[in-house]
Design a protein around this ligand. Structure first.
Ligand code: 5AD
Length: 362
């Protein structure tokens, strides 16, 4: 054997033993995380996915939870350098759904079998606490057996509390990247990693099932940044984690940066499954956008959630965070049957239950 092949084998052995240790102790150092990510090989990834699938099946069987995503406003006061609905994109065609529109999305979604509604939007000042709380309480009253998830960015603790009291159960707020310096390269000075993270701790303390996450392959991201993201996940212990590849949008400052890869995104999904075995982990739209079988691959890497789009057809192509975003075909809630078939083909089944975290108040 040449020295080269020997080194390669040693490297792979080390990766596999770190993966085993991650599974058994759920604790690695920053250096170990960075090594696992930087030195990854296809062989180690295959092994990781096997371990991750087994862990997911142990806790959740072959069930896949569905969430109906309602993108209810694309107005946003923020100016994140990566995002297509940033304030300074003058070409984004802005829209906001009325309360009646949102309630009819829920009605349609319920009939299709959804038991979780995710209200996602930009940071739109029109949706004051009063307006949003009214929408939440009407959904709560109309569909008492459903979970309500909010994903509307950074708000005050009082605001989060009011929305929780109105009936919201869950909240998604990606931390985007843990490292303050990397965060500052992706966001304008007004936004900070520290404030983002403070919001997440508030949400958790209030009692929301909380979701966080990050983009994979965002500009300037290093393996050490991803290592910090994993350490942050270990500390926060969220009930949900959403990750997806960065995909450039042509009308943003990052239009010329390369997209993140499906390969690294899948690898990170596997690592997250082993770190947080009970986490609710979606195979996201962004993953489906960069790879035609991204969703299936995501499930096979350890994901257990999909979030089809319930927004009215007329606004879907306006909620463009990145270029070529999927919003028809199997991304659309109406195509649930074809999504079911695709999941069945890889041995998994979509379930209509609420799919609460097994990790509430852990
Ligand atoms: N590529 C991939 N994901 C993006 N998001 C925003 N812009 C992009 C992009 N260009 C993600 C962010 C945000 C979530 C709603 O969408 O992580 O939290």
């Amino acid at each position: 054997m040449t020295e080269n092949i020997q080194n390669k084998n040693q490297n792979e052995q080390k990766l596999k033993s770190l993966i085993d240790r991650l599974e058994h102790t759920r604790s690695l150092t920053r250096e170990e995380w960075a090594f696992l990510i930087r030195e990854r090989t296809p062989g180690a990834a295959g092994y990781l996915f096997e371990r991750a699938r087994e862990s997911r099946i142990r806790h959740y069987g072959h069930a896949i939870y569905i969430r109906g995503l309602i993108e209810f406003t694309n107005y946003c006061k923020n100016d994140c350098y990566y995002c297509g609905i940033r304030r300074s994109n003058p070409n984004a065609r802005r829209y906001r759904l009325s309360k009646e529109d949102i309630l009819s999305c829920c009605k349609e979604g319920y009939e299709l079998g959804f038991r979780t509604f995710v209200l996602q939007g930009g940071e739109d000042a029109y949706f004051t606490d009063e307006r949003l709380a009214e929408i939440v309480s009407e959904i709560r009253a109309g569909w008492p057996d459903c979970a309500i998830t909010l994903s509307v960015g950074e708000r005050s603790r009082e605001s989060y509390q009011k929305l929780f009291d109105a009936g919201a159960d869950r909240y998604l707020l990606r931390h985007e990247t843990y490292d303050p310096e990397h965060y500052a390269r992706l966001h304008p000075p007004k936004l900070s990693a520290r404030h983002r993270q403070a919001c997440l701790w508030d949400l958790k303390e209030i009692g929301y099932q909380t979701g966080t996450g990050f983009m994979v392959g965002s500009p300037y991201q290093t393996p050490e940044n991803l290592a910090d993201d994993m350490l942050f996940l270990a500390e926060l212990d969220p009930q949900m984690v959403g990750i997806g590849p960065f995909i450039p949008h042509h009308e943003t400052p990052f239009s010329q940066y390369p997209a993140g890869t499906a390969e690294l995104t899948l690898y990170m999904l596997g690592l997250i499954r082993l770190l947080l075995p009970k986490v609710l982990l979606p195979a996201t739209t962004a993953l489906g956008t960069i790879s035609p079988d991204g969703r299936e691959q995501g499930i096979l890497a350890g994901a257990n959630v999909v979030m089809p789009n319930l927004s009215p057809a007329g606004v879907r192509e306006k909620y463009l965070l990145y270029d070529n975003k999927l919003c028809t075909g199997d991304e659309a809630a109406e195509s649930l049957n074809s999504l079911k078939e695709r999941m069945k083909a890889i041995g998994y089944r979509i379930t209509a239950c609420r799919g609460d975290s097994l990790n509430i108040r852990s």
